[in-house]
Design a protein around this ligand. Structure first.
Ligand code: AMP
Length: 280
């Protein structure tokens, strides 16, 4: 596996693959890799001859009071995992390589509509940061296909919309959420949980699954379902941010007539903001 931190190096390697007609898959990450990330890599390997993974803790997507300074950085261990998984190229740039003009002066990509509401409401500027860095990474790597986790459901919607609106010549693949045995979605932020919080954390998935089952069973009073879920999460010790039944395509609150639904939740448990979702 090659490890590069400069865009020019990545371009040279990828150009050589392209000359040979090899298909290239790309998995962008912020590192601290777990089985969820590795599932994206496994799917990437099925879809292309070459796999590029990036590790970059993107400062533009963190708010002023968020966890960028504490975000876990484990590059050596990540690199070993990727090597063992048969990844061809690890791209781990510094912030100055990605934002040579500095953050304040960087051109930004704003995806309206799907970025609004849910995490976009609680984390102002977050999806501008995500869309901007993903657009830049797409242009740096120039892959044929890129893979993203459905755990970050709104993020995936933002990226699909950006790719469509800006005509990026790349295919986007969403990969189902990888979970612990007890249902908790794998996340780098799970490491912020104390042992006691970790024991409580699966309640998020349980409440979500119960409400999904209710909707499947014909429940159409979504407002009642949402307020029940919020109360249950509070009683379990979470500080819920939102729990919402949405239209899968628009990510707006669902009406009783909507058919393709997804339930999304974000809640704080101690110092960790956990998110999860399930399509109905
Ligand atoms: P991150 O490093 O958190 O930015 O995540 C990098 C990619 O991994 C994103 O596309 C995430 O959606 C995906 N991802 C994170 N956690 C999981 C998970 N538990 N299952 C599947 N994909 C995941």
């Amino acid at each position: 596996m090659e490890k590069l931190d400069r865009m020019s190096g990545v371009r040279a390697v990828v150009a050589e693959w392209r000359r040979k007609g090899e298909r290239i898959a790309f998995v962008p990450t912020m590192g601290n890799l777990h089985a969820g990330h590795m599932q994206l890599v496994a799917e990437a390997k099925k879809r292309a001859r070459r796999v590029v993974v990036s590790i970059f803790v993107n400062p533009l997507q963190f708010g002023a009071n968020e966890d960028i300074d504490n975000y876990p950085r484990t590059l050596a261990a990540d690199s070993e995992l990727l090597q063992a998984a048969g990844v061809d190229l690890l791209f781990a740039p510094q912030a100055t390589e990605v934002y040579p003009q500095g953050l304040g002066a960087a051109t930004r990509v704003e995806v309206p509509d799907v970025s609004e509401g849910l995490c976009g409401e609680s984390r102002p500027g977050h999806f501008v940061g995500v869309a901007t860095v993903v657009a830049k990474l797409f242009n740096m790597v120039q892959a044929d296909v890129a893979l993203f986790g459905q755990k970050d459901y709104q993020q995936l919607a933002v990226i699909r919309r950006m790719v469509s609106d800006l005509c990026f010549p790349i295919e986007i693949v969403g990969v189902p959420t990888v979970r612990e045995q007890d249902g908790l979605a794998l996340s780098s932020r799970n490491g912020y949980l104390s042992a006691q919080e970790r024991a409580l954390a699966p309640r998020l998935y349980q409440v979500l699954s119960e409400k999904v089952a209710r909707v499947r069973g014909g429940e159409r009073d979504f407002a009642r379902l949402e307020s029940e879920a919020l109360a249950e999460l509070r009683a379990a010790g979470f500080r819920p941010d939102y729990f919402r039944v949405c239209n899968r395509h628009t990510l707006k609150s669902a009406t009783a007539q909507d058919r393709d639904l997804v339930i999304l939740v974000a809640a704080w448990l101690g110092g960790a903001r956990l998110i999860d979702n399930q399509e109905v």
